[in-house]
Design a protein around this ligand. Sequence first.
Ligand SMILES: O=P(O)(O)OC[C@H]1O[C@H](O[C@H]2O[C@H](CO)[C@@H](O)[C@H](O)[C@H]2O)[C@H](O)[C@@H](O)[C@@H]1O
Ligand SMILES: O=c1ccn([C@@H]2O[C@H](COP(=O)(O)OP(=O)(O)O)[C@@H](O)[C@H]2O)c(=O)[nH]1
Length: 459
Amino acid sequence: MSRLVVVSNRVTVPDKTGAAPAGGLAVALQAALEERGGIWMGWSGNSSGNEEPGPLEMQEHGAITYALTDLTDTDVEEYYHGFANRVLWPICHYRMDLAEYGRKEMAGYFRVNRFFAQKLAPLLKEDDIIWVHDYHLIPLAAELRQMGFKNKIGFFLHIPWPPADVLFTMPVHEQIMRGLSQYDLVGFQTDFDLDNFGGGLVREGIGERIDGGKKFSTFGRTFKGGAYSISIETEIFSKFAIKAEKNAMVRKARQSVEGKDLIIGVDRLDYSKGITQRIDAFEQFVATNPDHHNKVTYLQITPKSRSEVPEYEQMQRMVAEQAGRVNGAIGTVDWVPIRYINRSVPRPVLAGLYRLAKIGLVTPLRDGMNLVAKEYVAAQDPEDPGVLVLSRFAGAARELRGALLVNPYDIEGTAHAIARGLSMPLDERKQRWQMMMDHLLTYDINRWCDDFLKDLIED
Ligand SMILES: O=P(O)(O)OC[C@H]1O[C@H](O[C@H]2O[C@H](CO)[C@@H](O)[C@H](O)[C@H]2O)[C@H](O)[C@@H](O)[C@@H]1O
Ligand SMILES: O=c1ccn([C@@H]2O[C@H](COP(=O)(O)OP(=O)(O)O)[C@@H](O)[C@H]2O)c(=O)[nH]1
């Protein structure tokens, strides 16, 4: 069997506690690679300052060999904070208003991709299967092809792919699409993203979908395209949640919400996650449902993310102020309605907190998938499951049909869904949960990985 070589910007190297950083890509790839073994190459997360980064740092952990590189300060600034997170991220999340173009950053993005290819090349064998992940590394295949590599190379985009009119606001959109054409298979989270990609090619008059929609033909190449919804280790996560009932932190949380209904939100601090709209919706729910006063606690866990990017730094202040203002306005001497935590919580603890919560509030304005939604479902007690309130704009909404789907821009609508979730009869909760859980047991992380790799390997 061919060896699997995974490349992504973010890599999870397990620490002594086995804890992984917050962020779905790292969590999901860790699970997928543990099952199969292989090489995982990416950024160490460290900077080498102004010095050229040294050789790759190789680490073995179980079946995975990690190959990590540092980046210079300039690389981190231009490639990661700059083009990846201030151009591609906002554009792909339909936020043209937040995109900040700069030629320096674009050049840095392409330069770092060449650097990744140069670092990766000496590790590669002729029959390796290479699987590149996410928007940071779109031009990587083109660089490898230029160096003469003929290996099968697949690409999976973890974030949404926008419609043509949004994409075309990005000055280098054609170069980015050309970069994707160098892969053998390009995978998206949902059929909507796949359709948007095909639509963009047709609108620009540079390509078409062929073979019943399974392939694209553009820039002189034919390559496969497909939708593969990323998932979680459903069974394992569900067991985590049962075990977590004994966890000290979870026990304390249970005691502290005794006699109250818990609502939980878990997101990196990111404008795409709809946190401010969600707090507005919670405030609206409390204002219009006096019978729930002093009977509900909303726990929002929000680890900091990409703080060097100005939009993220601003958000940090904004959300903290908003939570404080709402607590000041609706709280009482013995009731703090919103508990806002600005730190990362380990996943085994999260599992227990999800299980305690009557409502999982997952309301991104736009999200590639959103693994938190899937984890919330997997963590529930089958005899007394909670209700998932889910944004229709999360990739997960294409699959989790038992959720209460909301439009996160509609504050009153989301407030109404919270009220409906809290009063939903047990039979309906069970029936909705079972539908979602059955789906997640079949379509788990291994299925995602198998489906993608099968399509990549097959001619
Ligand atoms: O690496 P960071 O800059 O700290 O950001 C964390 C990750 O955020 C994004 O995650 C996406 O992937 C998830 C798994 O497929 C998906 O569920 C979610 O909707 C996406 O937002 C990003 O795409 C990753 O590259 C980052 O590592
Ligand atoms: O304090 C936290 C917050 C989040 N997560 C994990 O980070 C991932 C977030 O993935 P998701 O797809 O929801 O969003 P992303 O952050 O990748 O955009 C999930 O596995 C969470 O369990 C975590 O471990 N600790």
